[in-house]
Ligand binder design. Sequence first.
Ligand code: FMN
Length: 196
Amino acid sequence: MDMLEWIKSRRSTRKFKDMPVEKELLEQVIEAGRFAPSGGNNQTTHFLVIQDKEVLDDLAGLVKQEFAAMEETPGLYQSLVNSIRLSKTGNYIFHYNAPVLIVVANQKDYGNNIADCSCALENMMLMANAHDLGSCWINQLKWLNENPVLLKYMRELGLHGEERVYGALALGYPDTKDGLPQRNPLARVGNEVTYI
Ligand SMILES: Cc1cc2nc3c(=O)[nH]c(=O)nc-3n(C[C@H](O)[C@H](O)[C@H](O)COP(=O)(O)O)c2cc1C
């Protein structure tokens, strides 16, 4: 595939096989993230690569617990509303039981924190696609990035004092019939282009 095809065929995977990702492939995905551009070549993005099942389960439990304690308010972002509702039913696993969750963090007071993390995340998603791995951007840890319970737990895992989470990537082998990621591009109905 040429580059545009790789980009267009990157789709979100939300069902994963219970199978670890080979070290070599995982390292390439992370390398792709590390080689993303950063504002002023800042290079302060921090990748916390979680493969420990116990840690993944702990995180899922804490996220569910904290969302379940939240109330819906008018105008709340719909995906957040969904997370709150599902958590209250007790049936919510924000990382879809992927075997790998790459949490992407950056300096809290750095103006390009989200932008740098986003570049890294997209690079990693494209690299995952090129290796027939499935991936999905996971935002719940960003929504909870000032939540004291999650912040404490993330710090125990290695998040530094002034860092906050701005995104995460669920990664693994897609649980599809042929084992390959679903690749049919979604139509673009938005994303306006104005040529001047
Ligand atoms: C900033 C951002 C946040 C997202 N957060 C989540 C998320 O928390 N959970 C999820 O399942 N998908 C999440 N997604 C994936 C989008 O839902 C997905 O990219 C979109 O529906 C288009 O589908 P596609 O990725 O298959 O092309 C996120 C994507 C972006 C760019």
